[in-house]
Design a protein around this ligand. Structure first.
Ligand SMILES: Cc1cc2nc3c(=O)[nH]c(=O)nc-3n(C[C@H](O)[C@H](O)[C@H](O)COP(=O)(O)O)c2cc1C
Length: 358
C-alpha cells in the first residue's frame, strides 16, 4: 500500500505531506473503536519483546520518536501501528509558530531528512487537552522544551511549567536540550547547567506526585555532536541529577558523506547517515552508565538489524522517525517481527537479556 502512496506523498512539499499524514491519522484516531481494533491486529504479542521499566509495561521496545506527533493528536492511531510507546512533543509552555517555511527537506539519495522546524507546537495546554481526550494502550512520553523567546537563564522555569501542565497525562518526561533549531538550547547540555535542570525537573515531578497520583520518570535526550569528553560529562550530570533514563540521539549538524543537494540546507540531519553514529553513542553511554539507567537508542533505524544493534550496544528501547517517512507505517510491524526472530535466533529469552551483549 505504501509503495503506491509514497510517490504521491514525495511529490508534495515535505511538510505538506507531513500535515496530510498527521491529519489522516488524527481522523483515524477519532473513529470510535477503530484504533483499538487495529491495535489488536498489530499489537506486539511475543513475550520476548515485552519489558517492565520504571514499573511500566512496554509490549515492544520500538517507540515513536519525538517530533512527528508534536501536539499529541494521533496517539491512538500510532499505537494501532504496533508501537510499544509513543513520544509526543517537543512541547513548549506557550504555543509558537517555529521557523519560517520551508523548514523540512528530504534527501532521498541519502535516505535522510533535514529539518529546522524550531519547536512549532500548539503549547502545553493544547497538548494536555488532546492527551486527556484519548486513551492509549501504550505508554505516552512527553518531550518538553523551552519557548524560543525564553532566555537560557530562565529556561528551567519553562521545563517546570511543562511538567506542571502535563504530569497527569505523561508516562515519562523527556528533557530536550539537544534540538539544533532553538538558538542556545544545546548550551543547556553543559554539565553544570544540565545537572541543575535535571534536579529541578525531578524535584517538580516529586512535588506534583500527590496531585497527579503519578511519578513519571525523567529522561534526557542528548545530541550526537558533543565532543566525547563533553558527552561523558553530560551523561554523568544526567546521573547525578537523578534522571531515570537517557535518549541518544537527536539530529546531527554533521553533513559528512551526503550526496543530495539539500545537504546545503541548515538544520538537523536524521535518517540513514545517523545509524552508526547513534549506535556508537548508545555504546558509549552504556559504558558510562553501567546499566544504572535505561538507554533509548534513536537515529537511523530502518531494519530489525539496526534496532537489534542498538539493543546489543546497550539500549533497552529504540525509537524511529525518518524511516517511517521512507518505509511507511508497516515498518513498525516489520521491526517487531524481525526483532523477535533475531532474539530467538541468538537464544535470548527477552530484550532485557540482549541489552549490552555484544
Ligand atoms: C521533522 C523532524 C522533527 C523533529 N522534531 C523533534 C522534536 O520536536 N523534539 C525532539 O526531541 N526530536 C525531534 N526530532 C528528532 C527525532 O526525534 C530523532 O531523534 C531523530 O530524527 C533521529 O531519528 P531518525 O533517524 O529515526 O529520524 C525531529 C526529527 C525530524 C526529522
Amino acid at each position: 500500500m505504501y509503495r503506491l502512496l509514497k510517490p504521491l506523498l514525495f511529490r508534495l512539499d515535505a511538510e505538506d505531506a507531513h500535515h496530510l499524514t498527521i491529519s489522516a491519522l488524527h481522523l483515524a484516531s477519532r473513529v470510535p473503536a477503530w484504533p483499538g481494533a487495529a491495535r489488536t491486529l498489530t499489537a506486539p504479542s511475543d513475550p520476548r519483546l515485552s519489558q517492565s521499566l520504571w514499573g511500566q509495561t512496554f509490549a515492544s521496545p520500538v517507540g515513536l520518536a519525538a517530533g512527528l506527533d508534536k501536539n499529541g493528536v494521533a496517539v491512538p492511531a500510532f499505537a494501532a501501528l504496533g508501537f510499544g510507546f509513543i513520544e509526543v512533543g517537543t512541547v513548549t509552555p506557550l504555543a509558537q509558530a517555529g521557523n519560517d517555511r520551508p523548514r523540512l527537506f528530504r534527501l532521498p539519495s541519502d535516505t535522510a531528512l533535514i529539518n529546522r522546524m524550531g519547536f512549532n507546537n500548539a503549547g502545553a495546554a493544547a497538548l494536555h487537552t488532546h492527551l486527556k481526550a484519548t486513551g492509549c494502550p501504550a505508554p505516552v512520553w512527553v518531550n518538553i522544551g523551552k519557548n524560543k523567546l525564553t532566555p537560557n537563564d530562565d529556561a528551567v522555569q519553562d521545563y517546570l511549567k511543562c511538567v506542571r501542565a502535563l504530569q497527569d497525562v505523561a508516562d515519562a518526561f523527556v528533557i530536550n536540550v539537544s534540538s539544533p533549531n532553538t538558538p542556545g538550547l544545546r548550551a543547556l547540555q553543559a554539565a553544570d547547567d544540565l545537572r541543575a535542570l535535571v534536579q529541578a525537573v525531578v524535584q517538580e515531578v516529586e512535588a506534583q506526585r500527590v496531585r497527579t497520583l503519578r511519578r513519571p520518570p525523567v529522561l534526557v535526550k542528548l545530541a550526537p555532536d558533543l565532543h566525547p569528553d563533553d558527552f561523558g560529562a553530560s551523561v554523568n550530570a544526567v546521573l547525578e541529577g537523578g534522571a531515570g533514563g537517557l535518549i541518544v540521539s537527536n539530529t546531527t549538524l554533521s553533513r559528512e558523506g551526503l550526496q543530495h543537494p539539500n545537504a546545503r540546507e541548515s538544520g538537523g540531519l536524521s535518517g540513514k547517515p545517523l545509524t552508526q553514529r547513534s549506535t556508537k553513542l548508545v555504546r558509549a553511554a552504556y559504558r558510562l552508565t553501567r546499566g544504572q539507567i535505561p538507554i533509548v537508542g534513536v537515529g537511523g533505524i530502518f531494519t530489525p538489524q539496526d534496532a537489534y544493534a542498538k539493543i546489543r550496544a546497550g539500549a533497552n528501547l529504540v525509537e524511529v522517525y525518518s524511516a517511517l517517512i521512507y518505509e511507511g507505517p508497516g515498518l513498525v510491524r516489520r521491526l517487531n517481527t524481525g526483532l523477535s526472530e533475531l532474539l530467538a535466533r541468538d537464544g535470548f529469552s527477552s530484550v532485557a537479556d540482549a541489552v549490552g551483549q555484544e
